[in-house]
Design a protein around this ligand. Structure first.
Ligand code: ZN
Length: 423
């Protein structure tokens, strides 16, 4: 009976949202910039500014996050009745930094930014973060009056071009590609790289069967010098987004620290997801759930596979199914079920892919040749050898060099995310 009632409650909320978008929101984006600060054991949020951006590309029916993914969550409630009218889960670079050795000895701040549909009435925007038990706790609140004349409307007025055009932004997954380290005479190179991205992207399942559900656009913004920074090689280039290898001292981890600057370039186009093409052939990249993704556009052999792997993190919240590679401590506490759909600590495996296991599957499932491409519960994943389990022996979210497909668990998560964006 309880489940029955819950079902109807969810149905009511979604129906109300569908009818109510235009009553609640304008067809614009409200962006809230803040600083995410702290150390290994604490985090704080400091308000920076509010910005009104020209488009809203997100779903107008799925306004409440039904997935529950991410380490953080943004919520918007009406100021007068406290009704939840928008929510989204996401993760941050600061959150990853908190698990590095450096965070145990120093404090640090990262510029961050969240976006939501622009409200017509007074609202309160909150940021929630997971506690050690994995539950969301409210950490920051900011009241927003949409009439406030301090909400900025400045726009960079950067040129936008279509790469793949399928239809209305609200009914499609809108991907925006940004250039990092392309000089002013390399605009055509960037456009060619955007087309190459799209060709690669739609050559992998399940994206290949869903091409008509995606729009891809590019925003052109030149850099003074070519290619991101490579601190380990003493390379420091003056570029638009200031991308850098050696993030957290991991050579191949290419990231951008200033997410606000990324948003300022991206906001010229309608978008749901931001992917940055870095003008370099050096292997590397990175991506964070509902934050942004970035990778090398000219790697000799595997540019497309890196796109696909990183986009899995950004888009569907997929975790890394590999072992090692980064120095994180306690990234997946073994007494908590990770929120990533393709990893489990077996704490709440019922919520994961248990119903996708063939009958009689041993848990844990032994890694042996006859189990190749057989869904199971294989120990090792999420950077550690023990206590975290993955669904396939290998998958594009694991060792991408030796496989071309996603496991069925990752495929299902990607398909569900595509569908949620298109309703
Ligand atoms: Zn997988």
């Amino acid at each position: 009976m309880k489940y029955f009632l819950l079902f109807f409650a969810v149905l009511l909320i979604s129906q109300k949202s569908e009818a109510g978008y235009d009553k609640l929101f304008e067809d614009k984006t409200l962006r809230l910039d803040y600083y995410h600060c702290g150390n290994a054991s604490s985090e704080q949020f400091f308000f920076d500014e509010l910005i009104r951006e020209p488009y809203w590309a997100g779903s107008k029916t799925n306004l409440i996050d039904s997935k529950g993914y991410g380490t953080h969550r943004i919520e918007m409630r009406t100021a007068d009745t406290n009704e939840l009218i928008y929510s989204r889960g996401y993760c941050t670079l600061f959150g990853e930094w908190q698990t590095t050795p450096e965070a145990r000895t120093t404090n640090c701040c990262y510029p961050e930014s969240v976006v939501m549909p622009f409200p017509r009435q007074k609202v309160v925007v909150s940021i929630l973060a997971r506690n050690k038990a994995g539950e969301f706790v409210r950490k920051f609140e900011y009241p927003v009056d949409p009439q406030n004349y301090f909400i900025k409307t400045e726009n960079k007025n950067l040129p936008v071009f279509d790469v793949v055009k399928s239809g209305d932004p609200e009914k499609k997954v809108d991907l925006v590609l940004l250039p990092e380290g392309y000089t002013k005479d390399q605009e055509e190179l960037f456009k060619a790289d955007c087309r190459k991205f799209a060709d690669e992207f739609f050559s992998y399942a399940p994206y290949s069967q869903n091409k008509s559900k995606f729009n891809i656009r590019g925003v052109w913004a030149a850099s003074d010098e070519a290619g991101p920074d490579i601190p380990g090689d003493h390379v420091w280039n003056n570029t638009r987004l200031n991308g850098s290898y050696y993030t957290f001292d991991s050579e191949r981890y290419l990231m951008v620290d200033d997410f606000q600057e990324i948003r300022s370039v991206a906001g010229n186009a309608p978008y749901d997801y931001i992917y940055i093409l870095a003008n370099t052939d050096k292997y590397g990249g990175g991506a964070i759930y509902n934050f942004y993704g970035i990778s090398a556009a000219h790697h000799a052999d595997e540019t497309g596979k890196i796109y696909i792997h990183e986009f899995g993190h950004l888009f569907a919240g997929l975790g890394d199914e590999y072992v090692g590679g980064v120095e994180y401590s306690d990234f997946y506490p073994l007494n908590v079920e990770p929120w990533e759909p393709n990893l489990t600590t077996l704490v709440q495996f019922d919520k994961k892919w248990k119903n996708m296991l063939p009958e009689g599957t041993a848990v844990p499932t032994p890694v042996k040749p006859e189990n190749r491409e057989k869904t199971g519960v294989y120990e090792g994943g999420g950077y550690v050898t023990k206590g975290v389990f993955r669904p396939w022996i290998n998958c594009l979210m694991n060792n991408l060099h030796s496989i071309d497909v996603f496991c069925p668990v990752c495929t299902k998560a990607i398909q569900e995310t595509i569908d949620l964006n298109c309703e």
